[in-house]
Design a protein around this ligand. Structure first.
Ligand code: ADP
Ligand code: MG
Length: 217
């Protein structure tokens, strides 16, 4: 479902963030992408999601190479993905409900369909009773669950999460991991980048490790 071949990324300024990374992730898998800070995890996630372009090598999603798509086709491909990325901020002048509804409004869903889907997504992350609140009034763990609801409301086939438990207490982090497992159990392919070994332990999921931009065998 996700295939990279000799993927390399050099940022402007000359930093080589990824070097010849070839990985293959099957439909329905749950995979952890790990490595120290600066290892290239976020870069790899962005290349897979079509947010950054590679310097060389390729990314293919369901057999379609990202480099073969023109600018107008990329948004369609992105609909395969739900992103839980740290730099995707919540709208603090809108309700919890509206934050989750936004991707659906952009996609042009009807009002009743939006209400149904938003409530289903909020229910899955345990925030249904908080739909009218402002995101700023939520705890850190709740805000992170809200980001997950927003990522899954479009029913993506692939969920990409970059450090989704970043600033959370271990108890909350376990909650978040359990949530991702639940999505994975119903068929969603899940890729989680984390520098935290504790998050991965005992889950039996595949681990892909990066070190200084290279795949560790
Ligand atoms: N936009 C950017 N411009 C220049 N260098 C970057 C950029 N983003 C990341 N890097 C560099 O690329 C390397 C890998 O970063 P990143 O993919 O964020 O690693 P990780 O997520 O594993 O911490 C780091 O050395 C980082 O400083
Ligand atoms: Mg990162």
């Amino acid at each position: 479902m996700i295939q990279t071949e000799n993927l390399s990324k050099r940022y402007p300024g000359g930093h080589q963030a990824l070097r010849n990374v070839s990985i293959s992730i099957q439909e329905g898998e749950m995979v952890f992408l790990t490595g120290h800070s600066g290892a290239g995890k976020s870069t790899l996630m962005k290349l897979i999601g079509g947010i950054e372009r590679s310097t060389s090598g390729s990314v293919a999603i369901n057999g379609t190479k990202l480099s073969s798509l023109n600018r107008s086709a990329l948004p369609y491909l992105r609909r395969n993905f739900g992103f839980v990325f740290q730099d995707h901020k919540l709208l603090i002048d809108r309700s919890v409900f509206h934050n989750v509804a936004l991707p659906l409004l952009i996609s042009g869903f009807s009002k009743s369909e939006i209400t149904t889907r938003v409530r289903a997504a909020l229910d899955k992350v345990g925030l249904l009773e908080k739909e009218a609140l402002n995101p700023q009034t939520l705890s850190g763990g709740e805000q992170q669950r809200l980001c997950i609801a927003r990522a899954v409301v479009n029913k993506p086939a692939i969920l990409l999460a970059d450090e989704p438990t970043g600033n959370l207490d271990p108890g909350y982090a376990a909650d978040i991991v359990a949530m991702f497992r639940a999505f994975n159990r119903v068929g969603v392919t899940v890729v989680i980048a984390t520098h935290d070994p504790a998050m991965i332990q005992g889950l039996g999921a595949r681990v892909i490790e990066l070190k200084q931009g290279e795949l560790l065998a």
